[in-house]
Design a protein around this ligand. Structure first.
Ligand code: FES
Length: 182
């Protein structure tokens, strides 16, 4: 009889411990699942900072008919970014005040593409993506042409591009203009 009483007194305590353990594990699991979701939302807010105009140099630095690689500093870089604050773009001087400025990142998975003037093609070393000189898709896995920056020429004759974030399919530097091939 005394043994039976001990058991009934012990059971509620054990049950309570199990309940609290289950609640604790539930809270931990919820937090673990919430961290990536919160990171994604915070990331979206940070990315919404507007892009900025970046100087690429005087227009005369870019001969008509040529495509040149230029380096610039990402305006959103932080002091601890080191070498990664340097970004690159290809400037194609089409004619007079008409330019095309391409992001160096392949539209497939972002590898840096190289320009081959002899063949007039951009090629990606990662999976064989190829683009024509006007940035349009030629062959390989990329689902579209190279990402392009918006550009402007200042009154002082400086070529500027609007940038500051890594282009992606969901968030390109600029949307294709009507009738323009991506
Ligand atoms: S990253 Fe360029 S083809 Fe895959």
């Amino acid at each position: 009889m005394a043994e039976a009483c001990e058991k009934t007194a012990e059971n509620p305590t054990r049950r309570r411990i199990l309940e609290w353990t289950a609640i604790g594990l539930g809270i931990i699991s919820t937090l673990v699942l919430a961290i990536p979701i919160l990171s994604y939302l915070v990331g979206m807010l940070i990315r919404r900072q507007p892009d900025e105009w970046i100087d690429l140099g005087p227009v005369k630095k870019f001969p008509v008919g040529q495509t040149l690689l230029v380096e610039f500093l990402n305006p959103k870089a932080q002091p601890w970014d080191g070498l990664t604050q340097k970004a690159s773009a290809y400037v194609r001087h089409v004619q007079a005040e008409k330019f095309q400025v391409f992001a160096i990142n392949c539209a497939h998975l972002g590898c840096p593409v190289s320009w081959f003037p002899a063949s007039g093609l951009f090629m990606c070393p990662c999976h064989g993506g190829v683009y024509y000189e006007d940035g349009s898709h030629a062959s390989g896995p990329p689902p579209r042409g190279l990402f392009e920056y918006d550009y402007q020429i200042t009154a002082q004759g400086t070529l500027q591009i609007k940038g500051g974030h890594l282009p992606t399919l969901q968030d390109p530097m600029r949307k294709p203009r009507p009738g323009e091939k991506a």
